[in-house]
Design a protein around this ligand. Structure first.
Ligand code: ATP
Length: 512
């Protein structure tokens, strides 16, 4: 997908009531977005798909809904007060601020693109006999590019881990990275900026500084014992949570990709120490399956194993999606060891242990985390679904091929005319179907125009009620993707729609 297509996604999202800029009538608040009438439905459906696949389909995973405000000591213990910052650099000519590591990673991406081109060229040349793994292992150009990527990785992590940020600036200068806006290489020094927002909370003994949570995970950790005890949970078990998180992202770009207020869907899976790699592999595979189950082309996803690990992790991988601006993280899977629970033990003096009946010992469990951004997933689905389709004879249509179960509306009910009893019959059909599905009702404009509008918001099924329906008790249903139409009895509608668009049909793909 091109940059051009990405611009189309943004304007489509606005034009059809999916995403608006926050406070738009006040000229908009940067990097903060509101979801409109269709966006809120799509977002809710993604959340539901996640929740059901994690909580409902796993009998050892339960949910929690922790508050956004937490005791500020939580963020000291978790390491966020001291370490949750990004290395930033400003271009003196454009006055634009960038994340230094992102500038460098974008530069590295050029080498990955070169490698991909080599592979595509060789694939064409060798045809069926092409062995990609062998080619990648032996091609000298690819080896050179990989060595360059590794060398840059090494220099970047040296600079970041030692805190010697001048090394990161030197790397930017050595690579000749220029500001994408001004084109100049006139950079400031690299500095760390903490990403947490804070506000004041009044108490009887004065005011204290309190943070807006930058991740939902800590709400799970501090409730670990409450849930383990009251739910009588046995290891391994998980706690899932969806909710808002806040980060003062200085460089907020790319629409809802990087926001200051966003929603996360996180699950912490508590396991016996020593078994964490087994569970890490399980969740790594299972989470990719969740993505692929949505029918998105598997070439659009890849794993990106972390070379430099966060202080709390002993393994980490990102699931990346091929956005128009390159492969970027949608979800992270992290083996977080016992770091968080141990820190909370140390800061509170309370034991956060698990008593293992089988081994007769008590220990702090290890944790494997899956963490996905709901807004980023929304962007994946919108970018993947939006298509301009040529229908021949100079005609075209814009269609949003969302997974049927996640579309804002599962069906639209359209009387061909708004008289002769057709609206009444349509309403009768609507009254039955709306108990199970989100149904759109519309009687204005020609049927053709109404179909186009439903295509544009991704409604998988349109039901057209005409004069014959009054006599034969049948209606025409039209499918979004194939545009195929067929006549079915009104009594059959519920069964057909269920089969095509229910979340059950989608979840089925995960249990096989
Ligand atoms: P990035 O490197 O892109 O900043 P991250 O590694 O900081 O992401 P995590 O802390 O692992 O992200 O958060 C888990 C998930 O939350 C990410 O995979 C992403 O989908 C989402 N996420 C993180 N920051 C943002 C943001 N500012 N806006 C929207 N989604 C976000």
């Amino acid at each position: 997908m091109s940059e051009e297509q990405f611009k189309n996604v943004i304007s489509h999202a606005k034009e059809y009531g999916f995403v608006f800029q926050s406070s738009e009538i006040y000229d908009g608040l940067s990097a903060v977005y509101d979801y409109g009438q269709n966006g809120v439905e799509l977002k809710k459906n993604i959340r539901e798909y996640w929740w059901k696949s994690m909580v409902q389909l796993h009998d050892n995973i339960v949910g929690v809904d922790a508050a956004i405000f937490m005791d500020p000591k939580v963020w000291k213990a978790s390491g966020h007060v001291d370490g949750f910052s990004d290395p930033m650099i400003d271009n003196k000519d454009s006055k634009k601020r960038y994340r230094a590591d992102v500038l460098i990673e974008d530069y590295q991406e050029k080498y990955r693109v070169k490698n991909q081109k080599e592979i595509t060229k060789a694939k064409k040349r060798f045809g069926d006999s092409f062995d990609e793994a062998q080619f990648v292992a032996t091609n000298p150009n690819i080896a050179r590019n990989n060595a360059k990527i590794a060398e840059i990785d090494q220099r970047l992590s040296d600079g970041l881990e030692s805190g010697e940020l001048h090394k990161v600036k030197e790397l930017i200068e050595d690579l000749g990275i220029a500001c994408p806006v001004s084109g100049s290489k006139n950079w400031t020094d690299v500095r760390q900026f903490n990403l947490m927002y804070s506000t004041q909370m009044s108490a009887t003994d004065g005011e204290s500084q309190i943070y807006l949570r930058p991740e939902t995970a800590q709400g799970i950790f501090v409730n670990y014992l409450n849930i383990q005890k009251t739910g009588r949970m046995k290891l391994p078990f998980g706690i899932a949570q969806t909710g808002k998180a806040f980060r003062n992202e200085i460089v907020a770009r790319q629409f809802i990709m990087r926001m200051k207020e966003f929603e996360q869907m996180e699950m912490q899976f508590f396991v016996q120490p020593g078994t964490e790699m087994k569970w890490y592999d399980y969740w790594k595979a299972h989470r990719l399956k969740w993505h692929q189950n949505l029918g998105i082309d598997s070439e659009k996803y890849r794993y990106h194993d972390h070379v430099k690990l966060a202080h709390y992790a002993n393994a980490a991988v990102d699931i990346e999606y091929d956005f128009p601006f390159g492969f970027k993280e949608v979800e992270g899977i992290h083996s977080r060891t016992d770091f968080d629970l141990k820190q909370h033990e140390a800061f509170t003096g309370k034991k956060l242990r698990y008593f293992d009946n089988e081994s007769n010992e008590s220990y702090v469990p290890y944790v494997v985390e899956t963490s996905i951004g709901l807004d980023r997933m929304f962007l994946v689905l919108m970018s993947n679904a939006l298509q301009n389709e040529d229908l021949g004879e100079g005609k075209s249509r814009t269609v949003l091929r969302l997974p049927a179960a996640l579309a804002p509306y599962q069906c639209a009910i359209l009387p061909v005319v708004k008289k002769d009893g057709l609206p009444e019959l349509s309403q009768k059909i609507m009254n039955t179907l709306k108990l199970d599905f989100n149904c759109y009702y519309e009687e204005k404009d020609s049927i053709g125009k109404r179909y186009r509008r439903q295509d544009a918001i991704g409604t998988p099924i349109c039901i057209t009620v005409d004069h014959e329906s009054l006599e034969d008790g049948a209606v025409t249903i039209r499918f979004r993707d194939s545009m195929e139409q067929k006549r079915v009895a009104i009594d059959e509608l519920e069964g057909i729609i269920s089969k095509e668009v229910s979340i059950k049909a989608l979840l089925q793909g995960l249990v096989n």
